[in-house]
Design a binder for this molecule. Structure first.
Ligand SMILES: Cc1ncc(COP(=O)(O)O)c(C=O)c1O
Ligand SMILES: N[C@H](C=O)CCC(=O)O
Length: 419
């Protein structure tokens, strides 16, 4: 069966034909058959150089041998136990070694669960109710954070079904704007936490301006507010210690997902002992999960973190530079207005004359042009996330020849996309 027919069947049984909204694109999404290294294969016989990488977790590429063999060994011994395991302790130590501000960690099943638990913990710890999040930031699909969100919810924000009583505790602010945050805090002494994606990767890819994260650190510390870094994407991607290491800032709480599970479902929240010991059963902030610390995901996480050597980070940075510089050259040669964003192994292009620094400037991008660019890439065998408001990722499995080929396809697709 081909993707077009399978999509018709899927529409009958899955809302919108997919299991997560971002996966849908027009006229129909391709259905994956297998992934290998940096390549993704569909059931129609096509092969794509993959820069979506399942929206970030696959930093070592698809099906890395060491991860797969460790997971297979684990599965033979059981898939879940409902008891503690030695592996959880090992993974906790691996994270804590890499992230100095993390002294304890709770494993959960997704980034959504991680941010939900972190916000509850911050509220309990501070005795305050409200949170500040940034416009266009995405922290998962739960009620506390679906206010001016990014990712798939950019098109239809502020989902129905969320009580107004919940939403009133979530204040959204423009990113990279010190005055906006300062004035919210000045007017309201009931703020428990600021939650921030240190690099906003769910509205494309937006970096913090110089000093912005330091400003957030300072204003939160001075006002008894916890600073939560949502590192579901940046964690273990831009440096072993994530954005905290990259920007040299210690957050009070940090949330993880994606890479920490080595391609299997997992999330986590971490922080100082003083804060984390409020989580049940050490403390009374309830957090629980049948699959928390699942041994299969934990095994994949351990193998992945151990595989992320210094050399791999250096290579990832180089590959990112190569793609970003190559794209700049192509766009300049074609006299297009554009903004190339990203660092390390993250990148995105916006077809706009504006410098993209927040939700409002990101929204000035030409979305029709992006659509044509996306379809051109797909036709040429390159898969990036189908939305302007997602980030592209490079893995350790991408080789120089894959990047060269990608730039050729990008050039062709951009030429065709210009109207
Ligand atoms: C920054 C960020 N936080 C939280 C989430 C939610 O993670 P998950 O999809 O694993 O629930 C995501 C992605 O989905 C994310 O990019
Ligand atoms: N942008 C989201 C995560 O980073 C995409 C994943 C999803 O919601 O399916």
């Amino acid at each position: 069966m081909r993707s077009d027919s399978l999509f018709k069947e899927a529409l009958e049984v899955l809302p919108g034909g997919v299991s997560s909204p971002v996966r849908r694109f027009e006229p129909y999404p391709f259905f994956a058959k297998k992934g290998e290294g940096c390549m993704l294969y569909d059931i129609d016989g096509n092969r794509y150089i993959d820069y979506c990488l399942a929206y970030g977790p696959l930093i070592l590429g698809h099906a890395p041998e060491k991860v797969i063999s460790a997971v297979c060994e684990q599965i033979k011994k059981g898939s879940t136990y409902g008891t503690p395991t030695k592996a959880e302790v090992e993974l906790a130590k691996l994270v804590i070694e890499r992230v100095p501000a993390a002294e304890m960690i709770r494993f959960v099943n997704s980034g959504t669960e991680a941010t939900m638990a972190a916000i509850r913990l911050a509220r309990a710890f501070t005795g305050k109710d409200k949170i500040i999040k940034f416009e266009g930031a995405y922290h998962g699909a739960h009620d506390y954070v679906l206010v001016k969100p990014g990712s798939g919810a950019t098109a239809a924000p502020d989902s129905p079904g969320i009580p107004t009583d919940t939403i009133k505790n979530t204040i959204s602010a423009p990113f990279n704007n010190e005055e906006a945050v300062a004035s919210i805090i000045e007017d309201d002494d009931n703020i428990a936490a600021i939650i921030v994606e240190p690099i906003m990767a769910n509205i494309g890819c937006i970096e913090p301006e110089d000093g912005y994260l330091k400003f957030l650190r300072k204003i939160t510390s001075e006002n008894g507010i916890l600073l939560i870094f949502d590192e579901v994407i940046t964690g273990f991607r831009i440096a072993p210690g994530g954005a905290q290491e990259y920007y040299n800032i210690a957050a009070d709480l940090v949330t993880y997902g994606k890479i920490i599970g080595g391609g299997f479902p997992m999330g986590a929240l971490a922080g100082s002992r003083e804060i984390m010991e409020h989580i049940s059963p050490a403390g009374d902030v309830y957090q629980a999960g049948t699959f928390n610390g699942n041994p299969v995901s934990v095994t994949a996480g351990i193998t992945t973190l151990k595989g992320l050597t210094e050399d791999i980070y250096k290579e990832l940075n180089k590959k990112g530079e190569m793609i970003r510089n190559g794209m700049k050259d192509i766009l300049e040669d074609n006299s297009l207005e554009f903004y190339i964003a990203g660092l390390s192994s993250m990148f995105q292009v916006y077809f706009t004359e504006r410098r993209v620094k927040d939700y409002t400037s990101a929204k000035t991008a030409d979305l029709e042009m992006f659509k044509r660019y996306f379809h051109g890439l797909l036709k040429g065998g390159v898969f990036v996330p189908p939305s302007q408001f997602e980030c592209c990722f490079i893995s350790a499995a991408h080789r120089k020849e894959d990047l060269d080929m990608t730039l050729e396809v990008m050039e062709e697709s951009i030429k065709k996309a210009i109207k």
